[in-house]
Design a protein around this ligand. Structure first.
Ligand SMILES: CC(=O)N[C@H](C=O)[C@@H](O)[C@H](O)[C@H](O)COP(=O)(O)O
Length: 228
């Protein structure tokens, strides 16, 4: 197993992302969030956008999974080879990219994209998938890691309240590359369940690094209690 991937085996990876127009959307802020996550025990950081990736790679001594979100429907996580190469050149050790069955905007296949990322940059590739078949195909196409990131975020998958632990378990039993559990893991208990389901590591974003959403959870609970 690759030494870099070993560093987050059975460990937590924290996704540090702020969305367009949000108060925390700023590379220095995300750098500080990543440093705070590292202090709390994160073994890797997932980061979005070239400036955030560069700032975090310089400041935090942990493997960085980088992505570039472009657009917000269909294929938007590192949608083309050019995006992927830029993510690696910004400093990501691992490039996360859309590995769904949908056509890619640059017309390349997933296998071509992964091979070119390996060849041109030496970075590893995490395949963000939404279904079991996509995960199996991504492993066959040469992905170094398979993630459940997009389960519930494609038109043909259902978004549950919590993580898709069944998908984690099925993929972990079927592919011979590490399976990363990601998406809607909101509690430490769910993170532990994901690991027990066979995940190599567990990525948590919103529940650690998105205060607006977390505040909303608490505000709703208080409002519901007040109304009862
Ligand atoms: C679907 C999509 O665009 N997912 C993105 C992927 O990088 C992020 O917006 C998520 O925050 C990340 O996957 C972590 O998941 P959660 O925030 O649920 O812990």
């Amino acid at each position: 197993m690759n030494l870099l991937i070993e560093r987050f085996r059975h460990r937590l990876v924290v996704s540090c992302q702020a969305y367009p127009g949000e108060p925390m959307r700023d590379p220095d802020t995300m750098r500080r969030v990543a440093l705070a996550a590292a202090r709390g025990g994160a073994a890797g950081i997932r980061a979005q956008g070239l400036d955030d990736i560069a700032a975090i790679r310089d400041a935090v001594d942990l493997p960085v999974i980088g992505l570039w979100k472009d657009g917000d429907d269909d294929v938007f996580i590192t949608p083309t080879l050019d995006h992927a190469v830029a993510v690696a050149r910004a400093g990501a050790h691992i490039v996360a990219l859309d590995a769904t069955a949908r056509p890619r905007p640059d017309g390349r296949t997933l296998a071509e994209t992964i091979a070119a990322v390996h060849e041109r940059t030496g970075a590893l590739v995490m395949a963000d998938c939404s279904t079991f078949d996509e995960g199996v195909a991504a492993a066959e196409a040469g992905a170094d890691l398979v993630g459940t990131t997009l389960a519930g975020y494609t038109a043909y998958t259902v978004k549950g309240d919590g993580p898709d632990l069944d998908l984690v378990a099925r993929l972990a039993a079927a592919v011979d590359v590490p399976v990363v559990a990601e998406g809607r893991i909101h509690t430490p208990a769910q993170a532990a369940q994901a690991l027990r389901a066979g995940a190599w590591s567990v990525v948590v974003g919103t529940a650690i690094t998105h205060p607006t959403t977390i505040t909303g959870w608490f505000a709703s609970a208080v409002a519901d209690a007040a109304a009862a």
